[in-house]
Write a new protein. Structure first.
Ligand code: NAG
Ligand code: NAG
Ligand code: NAG
Ligand code: NAG
Ligand code: NAG
Ligand code: NAG
Length: 425
C-alpha cells in the first residue's frame, strides 16, 4: 500500500484537482498506442466511469498525394541566430492550407482527427505564425526529407510530443510513394520509415522522460504514480544511435498534486519516496535527463532539441471569457500580446531554462509556449475520442468534463511547432 499523502491539503482541493486531472490524464492514458489493452477507469469523486476499448487500427489506405509545389523564388534566408521565432502574431490567411488533412494522412490518431470527428468550423486551420523579426520559412517536405537522409529522427516524450511526431510524419509522407514508406506502431516505440531516403521518423513514449511506475502500464490515479527522478537509463538506452532527438515533458507533472519522487530502486518497495512540489521534482528529473545527454551524446554526431511546454486551456477566465467552458466553442486565437494563462507554469519553464543553460551538449529549444498560448481555438475540444471511442452526444454536451483542452487538432498548431523545428534542422 502506498503511504497516505503527507501534506495537509484540504480534501476539497484534492477532489477538484483529482477530478480535473483524472479526466485530463485519461486523455493520455489509453492512447499510448493502438496496442494498449482495454481497461476500466473509475473515479467516484468525478462520477465518471469509462470503459476503455481497444483502439482500432487505422486502415492502411495510404493515398498517394501529389507533392505540393512551392514557388521556387522563396528567397528568404532564415537565420536562427538573428531571428527569434518566439515573439510574433498569428495572421489569418484563408488561402493558406495545411499540407495534409485527417483524411489524407493515414497515420493520424483519432484523438487528433478533429474534422473526422465532426468539427465543422475551419478557420483554425488557416492561421500562420508570423514572427516579429523575420518570416518563418514554409515547411517543404522534400527539403525536410533530404535533411533526414540516412538519419534517424526520434521524438521522445508524452502524447503532445506524439502529436508533434504525427504532424511531422503527415507533413512529409504525402510526397513518398506508397511502397517507399512504412509505419510500425508499438506500445512504446513507433517507427515511420521513408525507404528511398533511408530515414526514420520515430516516436518513443516516455511521458516524464525519467522512469516512473506509470510508463508502460499507465496508472490512471496520479496519487499512485511514483517517479524515479534519478533514473533514465531504461528509456535512454533506446535513444542511443539516433541522429536527431527531440524531447518534451511537462503536462504529466501537472497533476496538481505533489510528486512522489523516489531515489534509487523500486526493488526496495515503493516506500521511501519524498513528496516534492512539481517544479522541484521536475527540475531534478530534467537534470537527470541532462546528465544523460551530456555524458552519452556526441554533439558532433547527434542534435538535441527540446520542445517547451504546450499550454493547456482549462480556464476560460484566463482570456476573459467569463461565460466560457474551458476552450470549448472558441474559434479565434487570443490577440492580446503576451497573453499567458494559468496552464503554463513559469516555474517549470525556468527549470528548463536553468537546466538547459548548464548543459555541455547544446540543446536547441523549440519554444512553442507563447505562440500556442494564443491558440485557444485549436484544441481537440469535444472532437476527440475517449478510450478508443468517439465522444457520444451526451458527452459532447458536457464540455466541462469532456472537452480536451490539452491536445491539439491535426492539422493544426503542432504543424507550426514542426515548421520551427524544420527551420532549425
Ligand atoms: C495569403 O497566402 C497567399 C498564398 O501564400 C499569398 O499569396 C497571399 O499574399 C497571402 N495573403 C496575405 C494577406 O498575406
Ligand atoms: C541507412 O541509415 C543508417 C543510419 O540510420 C546507416 O547505418 C546505414 O548505413 C544507411 N544505409 C544506407 C544504404 O545508406
Ligand atoms: C567535435 O568536433 C570538434 C572539431 O572537429 C572536435 O574538436 C571535438 O573534439 C569533437 N567532439 C567530440 C565529443 O568528439
Ligand atoms: C454571461 O452570462 C450572463 C448570464 O447568463 C449574461 O448576463 C452576460 O451578458 C454574459 N456575459 C458575456 C460576456 O457573454
Ligand atoms: C457557441 O458559440 C456560438 C457563437 O459563437 C453560439 O451561438 C453557440 O450558442 C455556442 N454554443 C454553445 C453550446 O455554447
Ligand atoms: C520561451 O519563451 C518565453 C517567452 O515567450 C520565455 O518566457 C521563456 O523563458 C522561454 N523558454 C525558454 C526555456 O527559453
Amino acid at each position: 500500500m502506498p503511504k497516505p499523502p503527507r501534506g495537509k491539503v484540504p480534501l476539497s482541493i484534492i477532489t477538484i484537482a483529482v477530478c480535473a486531472l483524472a479526466f485530463v490524464l485519461l486523455l493520455y492514458t489509453e492512447r499510448i498506442s493502438p496496442l494498449s489493452s482495454g481497461s476500466v477507469f473509475s473515479f467516484k469523486s468525478c462520477s465518471a466511469k469509462r470503459n476503455a476499448a481497444k483502439l482500432k487500427k487505422s486502415g492502411d489506405k495510404n493515398a498517394y498525394i501529389k507533392p505540393i509545389s512551392y514557388a521556387e523564388d522563396d528567397r528568404f534566408e532564415f537565420d536562427p541566430e538573428e531571428c527569434s521565432l518566439v515573439h510574433g502574431k498569428w495572421v489569418f490567411n484563408r488561402s493558406v492550407n495545411p499540407l495534409y488533412s485527417d483524411r489524407t494522412c493515414p497515420y493520424l490518431d483519432r484523438q487528433f482527427s478533429c474534422v473526422k470527428n465532426g468539427r465543422l468550423d475551419s478557420d483554425y486551420r488557416h492561421w500562420q505564425w508570423q514572427p516579429d523579426d523575420c518570416m518563418l520559412p514554409r515547411f517543404d517536405p522534400q527539403i525536410a526529407l533530404r535533411k533526414l537522409q540516412g538519419k534517424r529522427l526520434m521524438f521522445v516524450g508524452d502524447s503532445l510530443q506524439r502529436g508533434q511526431w504525427e504532424s511531422f510524419v503527415c507533413l512529409v509522407e504525402s510526397i513518398i510513394p506508397q511502397r517507399q514508406k512504412s509505419m510500425k506502431r508499438g506500445r512504446i516505440h513507433s517507427v515511420f520509415k521513408a525507404k528511398e531516403y533511408n530515414a526514420t521518423i520515430e516516436f518513443y513514449w516516455a511521458p516524464f522522460l525519467v522512469e516512473s511506475n506509470s510508463d508502460v502500464h499507465i496508472i490512471a490515479d496520479p496519487k499512485k504514480r511514483i517517479l524515479k527522478v534519478d533514473s533514465v537509463a531504461k528509456h535512454a538506452k533506446h535513444w542511443t544511435g539516433v541522429d536527431i532527438l527531440a524531447f518534451n515533458t511537462y503536462v504529466w507533472w501537472m497533476s496538481g498534486l505533489k510528486i512522489k519522487s523516489l531515489w534509487g530502486s523500486f526493488d526496495n518497495g515503493e516506500e521511501g519516496y519524498d513528496e516534492l512540489d512539481a517544479a522541484v521534482s521536475y527540475r531534478i528529473g530534467l537534470k537527470t535527463w541532462a546528465n544523460w545527454v551530456d555524458s552519452n551524446i556526441n554533439p558532433n554526431k547527434t542534435r538535441v532539441f527540446f520542445t517547451t511546454m504546450s499550454p493547456t486551456h482549462q480556464r476560460s477566465a484566463d482570456w476573459g471569457n467569463m461565460n466560457g467552458t474551458k476552450c470549448f466553442n472558441e474559434t479565434k486565437p487570443i490577440t492580446k500580446k503576451q497573453h499567458w494563462g494559468t496552464g503554463s507554469n513559469k516555474q517549470m519553464m525556468s527549470a528548463v531554462t536553468g537546466v538547459v543553460e548548464r548543459m555541455k551538449v547544446p540543446v536547441t529549444l523549440i519554444n512553442i509556449t507563447q505562440l500556442s498560448e494564443y491558440r485557444i481555438d485549436a484544441h481537440s475540444s469535444i472532437y476527440t475520442e475517449l478510450g478508443g471511442k468517439l465522444l457520444t452526444d451526451e458527452e459532447k454536451a458536457d464540455p466541462l468534463h469532456y472537452a480536451d483542452c490539452i491536445h491539439w487538432c491535426l492539422p493544426g498548431v503542432p504543424d507550426t511547432w514542426n515548421q520551427i523545428f524544420y527551420a532549425h534542422l
